[in-house]
Design a protein around this ligand. Structure first.
Ligand SMILES: O=C(O)CCC(=O)C(=O)O
Ligand SMILES: [Mn+2]
Length: 201
């Protein structure tokens, strides 16, 4: 467990990728303003997936924004990016400044309670820049986040705090899965934003 590691230069992964946790990068009050604005201004939709021909609708809500109306396909569904809002534009600029990388799109998730989470996956879609950085902001309820190595099954966990930033880069998506485990302990909502780079559109 790596719950309290808050040194941004430390790679949380032992090998095969780079994950830096910046911790809280703004005050709790500022993070609450972002949470409230994102909650009310983002066009939240229930996520849909087609798995083995069966149509699923998740309780978790999602949204997809970007520089252009990029298409994003996963689990056999396609979404078209909406234009940046003021808050997304300023968070994109902040992520670019802190990480030294650029991003052109953002996937957002709204988890109403701890019972909503996200299963093991990696963000290695062909439409994403290979080995491009992913910048992940968290607002609202603090949740555990975990990485699992695809070959060794080694697991690394940390807490994603209100107003925090996590960067995943290099070969991380090739070798590691990540998930947001569900928990009955958390009763409050959380918003997550992952800034990404779409290529070839
Ligand atoms: O909610 C999170 O912290 C992670 C979300 C995630 O992994 C994703 O959107 O691909
Ligand atoms: Mn992901």
């Amino acid at each position: 467990m790596n719950l309290f590691n808050n040194d941004i230069s430390t790679n949380l992964l032992p090998a095969d990728g780079v994950v830096n946790y910046f911790g809280k990068i703004m005050s709790d009050a500022e993070a609450l303003i972002f949470f409230n604005r994102l909650f009310s201004t983002i066009e939240w939709r229930n996520d849909e997936a087609v798995i083995y021909g069966k149509h699923y609708v998740t309780k978790r809500k999602v949204a997809w924004y970007g520089d252009k109306p990029f298409s994003y396909s996963y689990s056999n569904t396609t979404k078209e990016a909406l234009p940046w809002t003021e808050e997304l534009q300023s968070l994109k600029t902040l992520a670019e400044k802190l990480s030294g990388e650029t991003y052109n799109s953002c996937l957002l998730n709204l988890y109403h309670t701890g019972e909503e989470g996200m299963a093991w996956h990696s963000d290695g879609e062909k439409t994403l820049k290979k080995h491009g950085a992913i910048a992940s902001f968290s607002f609202g309820a603090e949740r555990k986040f975990a990485f699992k190595h695809k070959k060794t099954a080694e697991t690394i966990s940390l807490l994603l705090e209100h107003g925090s930033l996590l960067i995943m880069k290099g070969a991380t998506q090739d070798y590691w899965l990540h998930r947001l485990p569900p928990t009955t302990k958390v009763k409050r909502p959380r918003i997550n934003l992952t800034f990404r780079t779409i290529v070839g559109q």
